[in-house]
Design a protein around this ligand. Structure first.
Ligand code: PHB
Length: 356
């Protein structure tokens, strides 16, 4: 029976354990969405993960949904990210980059006045985001025209190429949590007619085009989905039908792993999305959201999933796998410093053993 510490083959990578680091928006990039040495130190400290999924990163300029989030659309960013990939590889780890387009979660105040874009003109309601001018409500997005979508697909493709140039082991496509690709997938946010709206196979078209394009640039591509998550005012009339269809369809593409959020940040939408994926999808299945070490070990031992990604626990415990191995106490994450700025609550969480 596999344990948390059994190796896992992922494409050509041999991962040393099944304790992954989930992508975490930390807002520590420098001006110009530039990853710097502080980020390299943070990721290097966490190289003991089976795989690090580095935080959501902008594929196209002008689509920022978090202040100080990183990008991967210019040469300076490639060079900035190289500090991170070198730090992780030097420490013996593996790292992929999560690629995203924020869609309707972008805000004019973060994007030189530019109105966000989305499948349909429906704003995120009831939530706010942090901007240079304080907390702001989300704004009404502009509906993308079908003719604009190839440029978005191309943005993802070029970002994957840039990620490989920066030394990443692969990329993860962000198809979750209400950002652009997820907003197309789910019928609460996609009310389009035409080839990119309507039935599941049409709402999934943009995601599938992105996956096909990105696969030409990288040897290792994963995908993150969150069919039940209500965060960012998301919903779907049939989340289980959606994930079951995708689990089957993804077998026709080189998607090495599916990274599945099992629940809802808001605790409202219920259901079992892991079982249909396990039944139909042939790649590596990674689960995420609120697992303890014990629960993760049981899920892996039973064969329900292949690996588990930890978010806030990894944020607060750079040596999380070693702590699990020893049964050691965990540091508690401090939400006040999740979104920056600076090293406090970022690179200063202690390890059991002193780190370089
Ligand atoms: C967040 O920081 O709140 C956040 C970022 C990206 C996600 C989900 C949540 O995919």
């Amino acid at each position: 029976m596999p344990s948390l510490f059994s190796p896992l083959q992922l494409g050509t990578l041999q991962l040393p354990n099944r304790i992954w680091m989930a992508p975490l928006t930390r807002c520590r990039a420098e001006e110009g969405h530039l990853p710097g040495p502080l980020m390299a130190q943070y990721y290097g400290q966490r190289a003991g993960a089976g795989l690090i999924v580095a935080e959501a990163t902008m594929v196209l300029e002008g689509n920022s949904s978090f202040w100080h989030e990183p990008g991967i659309y210019n040469q300076a960013q490639i060079e900035g990210w190289r500090l991170t990939t070198e730090a992780v590889h030097r420490a013996g780890g593996h790292i992929v980059l999560q690629l995203w387009h924020g869609g309707r979660a972008c805000h004019p105040l973060l994007n030189a006045g530019r109105q966000p874009v989305a499948p349909s003109p429906i704003a995120i309601s009831g939530e706010t985001l942090h901007t240079p001018e304080g907390k702001q409500a989300y704004v009404l997005p502009r509906e993308l025209r079908d003719e604009e979508l190839p440029a978005i697909v191309e943005g993802f493709r070029l970002a994957a190429r840039a990620a490989m140039a920066a030394g990443f082991d692969g990329v993860e496509i962000h198809g979750a949590n209400g950002y652009l690709l997820d907003a197309f997938l789910r019928d609460g946010s996609n009310r389009r007619s035409g080839p990119y709206g309507g039935p599941i196979e049409q709402r999934a078209r943009l995601l599938l085009e992105v996956l096909e394009a990105v696969a030409t640039e990288t040897p290792l591509m994963g995908l993150r989905l969150s069919p039940l998550n209500g965060y960012n005012a998301m919903g779907d009339s049939d989340p289980i039908g959606l994930i079951t269809w995708l689990a089957q369809r993804l077998n026709q593409l080189p998607v090495a792993y599916l990274h599945l959020m099992r629940g809802d940040f808001l605790g409202q939408q219920q259901g079992d999305v892991l079982s249909p994926v396990r039944e139909h999808y042939k790649g590596v299945l990674v689960a995420n959201m609120g697992y303890t070490a014990e629960e993760a070990a049981a899920a892996i031992a039973s064969g329900a999933v292949d690996a588990v990604a930890f978010g806030s626990a990894f944020l607060a415990n750079p040596d999380l796998p070693e702590r699990f191995r020893r049964g050691a106490a965990l540091n508690n994450p401090d939400p006040a410093s999740f979104y920056g700025p600076g090293p406090v609550g970022y690179t200063d969480y202690p390890s059991l053993e002193p780190q370089p």
